[in-house]
Ligand binder design. Structure first.
Ligand code: 13P
Ligand code: SF4
Length: 307
């Protein structure tokens, strides 16, 4: 059997099981194309959180990484939340633990703690409000001006928000290995090859890369920008999975990845076989202990109230 026939067979089986289980499949824009194609909703972290909060399905199959499935469970604890590959984590989320954050809070007792959604449930439980790359500027702008802000764990996103809001922000020294690897030279090289292209940068990139952007946006924000722009060519500075949605939404435009290294290995661990197996066995499940869940829910709901 060819790979294509096998993929079609699996996709059909997934659709059948999805109905049987009253399930919804949510996929991040960094997922492999064949996973995006079987999803009911493809989006950025903010869109996925909103979908998880409002879905009336009994089962959520989360095609993404662990913190995303955890957020879905935090917002919808009555649902069965499945992560087809339980080892799909986010190295940036692992750069801060709850005990480390508690220690920092003791040093900064007046600080408002803003956590990027790329954090564990335990870290969210210790934070005042969450944010995603799509709403970080609005979240920080909504906070009282008389208290310092501690932003965890992404220093690049924290610095970008500080520049945009003019607020003083103390940043945790975390970063995304995929985005942080991108250098200003990669952008300059791509620009010299495609001089008419606009540069779309994710705020997880370094400040010197952000400085070269025509627009800085979350993954969904980039798709919206490209679709609404008169420009026909774009240099993309985020994980390569987004190219699938960009080409679907804008079939007449050209997209160039700023570097071939823009790949998140964890996002690529999801396969059709694993999704099919998860729907069949209703495993592996992601849950959060109730006491932690309630505190983390408050942190996520505050974010959803702001945006
Ligand atoms: P967005 O989904 O907010 O664009 O963030 C990208 C990301 O790295 C998720 O892990
Ligand atoms: Fe984490 Fe970066 Fe992968 Fe997003 S792209 S899941 S931040 S490692």
């Amino acid at each position: 059997m060819s790979d294509q026939t096998r993929a079609q067979e699996l996709a059909g089986e997934i659709r059948r099981l999805k109905k049987e289980r009253h399930a919804v499949i949510l996929a991040h824009t960094y997922q492999p194309p064949e996973i995006q194609e079987i999803a009911d909703y493809v989006g950025d972290s903010l869109g996925l959180s909103r979908q998880a909060a409002c879905s009336d399905a009994e089962v959520i199959v989360f095609c993404g990484v662990h913190f995303m499935a955890e957020s879905a469970f935090i917002l919808s604890p009555e649902k069965t939340v499945l992560l087809p590959e339980i080892n799909a984590g986010c190295p940036m989320a692992d750069m801060i633990t709850a005990p480390e954050l508690r220690q920092k809070k003791q040093e900064l007792p007046d600080a408002t703690v803003v956590c990027y959604v790329n954090t564990s449930a335990e870290v969210k439980a210790e934070s005042d409000i969450a944010c995603t790359s799509a709403n970080a500027v609005q979240v920080v702008a909504s906070l009282p001006e008389d208290r310092p802000i501690l932003f965890v764990p992404d220093r690049n996103l924290g610095n970008y928000v500080a520049a945009r809001t003019g607020r003083e922000i103390i940043c945790w020294e975390g970063f995304c290995g995929t985005h942080n690897r991108l250098a200003a030279d990669d952008i300059l090289k791509a620009k010299s090859q495609h001089p008419r292209a606009l540069v779309l940068v994710h705020p997880e990139c370094r400040p010197e890369v952000v400085a070269l952007a025509d627009t800085v946006a979350s993954t969904t924000g980039m798709i919206r920008f490209a679709a609404g722009s008169k420009a026909r060519e774009f240099i993309i500075d985020t994980e390569r999975g987004i190219l699938h949605q960009l080409r679907k939404h804008c079939p007449d435009k050209e997209f160039y990845l700023a570097s071939e290294e823009l790949i998140c290995p964890n996002m690529k661990l999801t396969t059709l076989e694993k999704v099919q197996r998860a729907l069949e066995s209703l495993e592996p499940r992601v849950t959060v202990p109730e006491e932690t869940r309630k505190r983390a829910e408050r942190c996520l709901e505050r974010m959803l109230e702001v945006t």
